[in-house]
Design a protein around this ligand. Sequence first.
Ligand code: CO
Length: 159
Amino acid sequence: MVLEIKKYPNPILRKKSEEIKEITPEIKELVFNMKETMEKNQGVGLSAPQVGVSKRIIIVDTPEGPKEFINPKFFKKSKETELGEEGCLSFPRLFLKIKRSKEVLVKAKDIDGKDLGVEANGILARIFQHEIDHLDGILFIDKISFWQRIKIKRKLKNI
Ligand code: CO
């Protein structure tokens, strides 16, 4: 089932999401629906708060296809950063250049409760950072300068 995407400034986007303690049938269904929702909207990443569920789940479009990461955490984030353009399904038509770590190591669980470890760089590393930020209520508009924010203020009102 394709879920409704919560758009900025919906307050759920600012809430800190809760850890998943047990992978229940409801969680499995949510993961399935999130993958469908991401693909339908041609996104490369999606977090549970964006579909109205304050839980620590993200879907990332990996080279092997959309994959779920449950309770994802960074184990490494490179000091080296790079600028790159990002969009967000909660901010239609807004694209911003954001500085992110070049390389990350993410650990998480998959839908079967198995441990996952992913080393990512470039766009994939960027997607992980954008989506894990969502779980802490952090949005990509928080990462731009004050002057950049003033420039996009009118655009934000129209989102
Ligand atoms: Co986003």
